[in-house]
Design a binder for this molecule. Structure first.
Ligand SMILES: *Cc1c(COP(=O)(O)O)cnc(C)c1O
Length: 376
């Protein structure tokens, strides 16, 4: 049986062979604990610090503002819980969007259960938050505004600089879940007024299980993991190989950002040009990471995924595939649940070819046509 075509880059991306090569020295030979005070430790520590600079460089931050974590889920948990429970924190409210990742929404719900207040701002039909709506939700009691850079289901890019200005106008801290934006689009923590930023390696051709949290100097957050005190409040021995992989993935992403963007745009144009069935694009098409297309098909309310065994895709986030619930992102855009469940999230990128796209288009056109005929 041949493998389906991988078009699920929103769930995770393939490991770039150059990243795998950068990780290799830190397996068998470079096994040292980066915190050890001898040659094994020093060498591992040097790799970790190089990676810290590579991650920081991509978002215009000083290296010492980067703390390594196990990924964006942990970074999001740390940012929200750490800020709301920080010593001297007098503000109790979190403001976030209806379309955020579950690791932000569920963490915010958890905090709301233990005394925080939560305001969830809706998005407009195109998936973007209206800055006026956001402004009306803000006040001097807001500790944190948390908004993602690029949506993982519909690819839309929020106006981070505009949101950052409004958060700071009421003295709130601005957190960005940049799991899908880091390394794909230019992000500058100073220009965008970002105080906390979560990133992960595996959405940019790096390994799974490693990420980072950027913290603007003087943004106080309590530790998430207490212990040896590594990473300034994120205790635990650092995984050198994974961190070296994150660093190399960040370095390559910076170098190839324009090329990756152009490639994704070309593939998207090809895909849209090939679709012969009536479709609706969920989320704004222009303010969007071009490696994402989220489609629904008018009149079609049956889950399509099962009809497309030749494609490795999803209908929502990878997490929603587990629960079988309709995507909270698509319902936030106003899609009825059956339509949301019948939608397709296509993600493509660096290693996707024009042939992959052509095959996908043929399969999707045929599957939709077949379903519509069955319903007629
Ligand atoms: C993938 C993803 C996460 C979770 O990242 P992990 O590193 O897998 O924990 C969080 N937010 C967004 C927007 C994502 O796409």
């Amino acid at each position: 049986m041949s493998m389906p075509i991988y078009l699920d880059y929103g769930a995770t991306t393939p490991l770039d062979p150059a990243v795998a090569a950068a990780m290799e020295p830190w397996g068998v030979d470079g096994f040292g604990n980066p915190h050890s005070a001898h040659m094994w430790g020093y060498k591992a520590k040097a790799a970790v610090e190089r990676a810290r600079e590579q991650v920081a460089g991509l978002i215009n931050a000083p290296a010492e503002t980067i703390a390594f974590t196990s990924g964006a889920t942990e970074s999001n948990n740390w940012a929200l819980k750490g800020l709301l429970t920080a010593p001297g924190q007098t503000r109790r409210r979190i403001v976030t969007l209806a379309t955020e990742h579950s690791s932000v929404l569920e963490t915010a719900q958890y905090l709301a259960g233990i005394g925080a207040q939560l305001t969830i701002v809706p998005v407009r039909e195109h998936g973007l938050v209206d800055l006026g709506d956001l402004e009306r939700a803000l006040g001097e009691d807001v500790a944190l505004v948390s908004v993602m850079a690029v949506n993982n289901e519909i690819g839309v890019v929020q106006d981070l600089a505009g949101i950052g200005r409004r958060a700071h106008a009421v003295g709130a801290v601005f957190h960005v879940d940049a799991a899908q934006g880091f390394g794909k689009l230019p992000l500058d923590v100073d220009v965008m007024g970002i105080d906390l930023m979560s990133v992960t390696a595996h959405k940019i051709y790096g390994p799974k299980g490693v990420g980072a949290l950027y913290r603007r100097p003087f943004t106080v957050i309590t530790p998430l993991l207490h212990g040896g005190g590594q990473e300034d409040g994120r205790s635990g021995t650092l995984p050198t190989a994974l961190i070296a992989g994150l660093g190399e993935a960040a370095r390559i992403a910076g170098e190839r950002m324009a090329a990756d963007l152009a490639h994704a745009l070309q593939l998207r144009e090809r895909l849209l040009a090939g679709l012969s069935v009536l479709h609706r694009i969920n989320g704004d098409l222009d303010r969007r990471w071009p490696g994402n297309l989220n489609l629904s098909f008018p009149g079609l309310v049956m889950p399509l995924i099962q009809q497309l065994p030749g494609l490795a895709i999803s209908s929502g986030s990878a997490c929603a595939s587990v629960t079988g619930r309709a995507s909270h992102v698509l319902t936030a855009l106003g899609l009825p649940e059956p339509t949301a469940k019948a939608s397709l999230r296509l993600g493509f990128g660096r290693f996707t070819t024009a042939t992959d796209i052509d095959t996908a288009v043929t399969l999707i056109n045929a599957a939709v046509q077949r379903q519509l005929e069955e319903l007629a």
